[in-house]
Unconditional design. Structure first.
Length: 256
């Protein structure tokens, strides 16, 4: 008979402040500042019972010999972020963002990681010679660069030990066969996107096109190692993935 109880709790706290200001007659600006805190608590309690007292009773309390294992984990993330935007005559748009996180699951020297982004968009149909175009009613080009950081799961650094069930009143400890790098770094994804939105014939037909390149580095992966080392898995930064994608979306409203 086995009984398992899994618990999960998450506490989030966010604070955001926003300010807007008009810069002259043509420029507008918006600044957003924020702070975020996340606490995650997981529990996993599993109990196995043998030698039943009352047959066919589906409850752990009707067994006389118990073996219990518990796997709790906790994780804290603190972040600060900013987002600065400008627009010129609702025609040219700029955006700069930045975020810095501190994670409890990474080594002290790599616990802090920063990731920025920048984007620009231009509504070219606001140009005088295109403003009253009967074919192309709206057109916008856009481009962006962004980075994203990701921390590790709890207890991925160094070596950990587990307690064993007592035998004849004597308990024991065994070492985990998984070891984590003491210099573990956060995962990072860097991406560039180019695209545009084009509307034709008074917005009856819309084409949204996008081309993206994303490169993920320092991925945290469990790497098999020789049993002669005393371990079977080494958690380290070893993965790298590159993705190229093209997205096309066409909407048509022929009958109105």
């Amino acid at each position: 008979m086995n009984e398992q109880r899994i618990g999960y709790s998450e506490i989030n706290s966010n604070f955001v402040a926003k300010a807007s200001k008009k810069l002259g007659s043509d420029w507008n600006s918006t600044l957003l500042l924020g702070h975020a805190f996340t606490h995650i608590n997981r529990t996993n309690l599993s109990t196995t019972g043998t030698q039943s007292v009352v047959p066919n009773m589906e409850s752990i309390k009707y067994y006389t010999v118990y073996t219990s294992t518990s796997s709790p984990s906790k994780k804290n993330i603190i972040g600060v972020f900013a987002d600065l935007k400008f627009d010129y005559k609702s025609q040219l748009f700029f955006s700069l963002t930045g975020r810095n996180d501190w994670s409890s699951t990474l080594p002290a020297e790599n616990r802090s990681f920063f990731y920025p982004s920048a984007s620009v968009a231009y509504v070219f149909t606001e140009l005088p010679f295109l403003k009253d175009n009967s074919v192309l009613s709206f057109g916008k080009f856009r481009a962006s660069y962004a980075e994203v950081g990701k921390d590790a799961d709890p207890y991925q650094i160094g070596v950990y030990y587990n307690t064993l069930q007592a035998f004849n009143g004597v308990s024991g400890i065994n070492r985990s066969t998984t070891i984590g790098s003491e210099n573990l770094k956060p995962e990072r994804t860097k991406g560039i996107e180019f695209g545009g939105v084009f509307r034709f014939f008074e917005d009856r037909i819309t084409l949204d096109a996008n081309y993206a390149i994303a490169n993920s580095i320092d991925q945290i992966v469990p790497v098999p190692v020789s049993y002669a080392s005393g371990y079977d898995v080494f958690v380290t930064n070893a993965g790298e993935i590159r993705n190229n994608s093209i997205e096309l979306m066409l909407n048509a409203n022929i009958i109105n």
